[in-house]
Write a protein that binds this ligand. Structure first.
Ligand SMILES: [Zn+2]
Length: 56
């Protein structure tokens, strides 16, 4: 299953980061800045990576 990557920017420490979340996770989970732990993050845009290669 392809997972979308969400781009975020923290409003507190100005850190930019990306998260790979499923649609369900994106709807449900509170995104937290990995740098300072703030919840005041804004989503920039989402990019869909079509990763077909899978190591099994
Ligand atoms: Zn932060």
């Amino acid at each position: 299953m392809d997972m979308p990557t969400y781009e975020y920017r923290c409003q507190d420490c100005d850190k930019e980061f990306s998260l790979v979340l499923s649609m369900a996770q994106h709807d449900r989970e509170q995104v937290v800045c990995p740098g300072c732990g703030s919840h005041r993050v804004t989503q920039k845009f989402s990019t869909f990576f079509a990763k077909t290669s899978r190591k099994s």
